[in-house]
Write a protein that binds this ligand. Structure first.
Ligand code: ATP
Ligand code: MG
Length: 205
């Protein structure tokens, strides 16, 4: 079986937290590669105003450039908006029956996982990889992992990764306030945000 990771997200913008998660999962589970999969507009983020789909994709492209085991996947980018994870997995598995997918999530996603569309179907189709994230105590994550194992018979594994207190939201806020976002995102992403004033104050037209 081939082993391929999926790192899904809004990536508005992609930052070093996402990249370190992907790299840690690649290393820890001997994955062949990790797919970075920007999502369409998820229902819970509909009213946000951030980067456009094209800009989010371009930032991912720039961020993973030069890493030959990272790959951009447009599997969830649809003009009609959102695609559910269970559908994406179903499609990928039918296209690549020789591949086992490792779906990588940060602790906040692990905590809300049971509210996603058809969590059982997701668990039946992939290995879940859970990573710690900022303020959440490891014990709470461990408890949630145990719960998901019990509720869905999930194959869920914990990722050994550093606890990075960084989020796209905080980066957008920093940019808006005119603070430096250097090193929060890879340099080619930072210059792209800077040049396009992507998260800056909008000129009213
Ligand atoms: P936002 O602040 O806009 O919600 P975000 O930083 O949470 O953005 P997302 O695109 O929402 O980024 O997250 C995609 C995935 O990456 C989620 O599973 C999330 O838990 C995980 N993730 C994001 N940042 C981190 C981090 N610093 N540590 C661990 N996991 C993270
Ligand atoms: Mg988030």
């Amino acid at each position: 079986m081939r082993k391929v990771g999926i790192m899904g997200g809004t990536f508005d913008p992609i930052h070093i937290g996402h990249l370190i998660l992907g790299e840690s999962a690649w290393e820890q589970f001997s994955l062949e590669k990790v797919l970075f999969m920007p999502s369409g507009n998820p229902p819970h983020k509909k009213d946000r105003h951030g980067a456009s789909d094209e800009q989010r994709v371009e930032m991912v492209r720039r961020a993973i450039e030069g890493n030959d085991h990272f790959e951009l996947s447009l599997a969830e980018m649809h003009e009609q908006g959102y695609v559910y994870t269970k559908e994406t997995l179903k499609r990928l598995r039918s296209e690549h029956p020789d591949t086992e997918y490792y779906f990588i999530m940060g602790a906040d996603s692990v905590l809300t996982f049971h509210t996603w569309m058809c969590p059982q179907e997701i668990c039946d189709q992939c290995v879940l990889v859970a990573a710690v994230r900022n303020q959440m105590p490891v014990q709470e994550l461990d408890l949630q992992i145990a719960k998901l194992r019990m509720m869905y018979d999930a194959d869920i594994r914990k990722l050994e990764s550093p606890n990075l207190d960084i989020s796209s939201h905080a980066i957008r806020e920093r940019f808006l306030r005119g603070e430096s976002i250097r090193y929060y995102v890879p340099e080619p992403v930072r210059t792209y945000i800077q040049d396009g004033n992507i998260y800056g104050i909008r000129q009213s037209s």
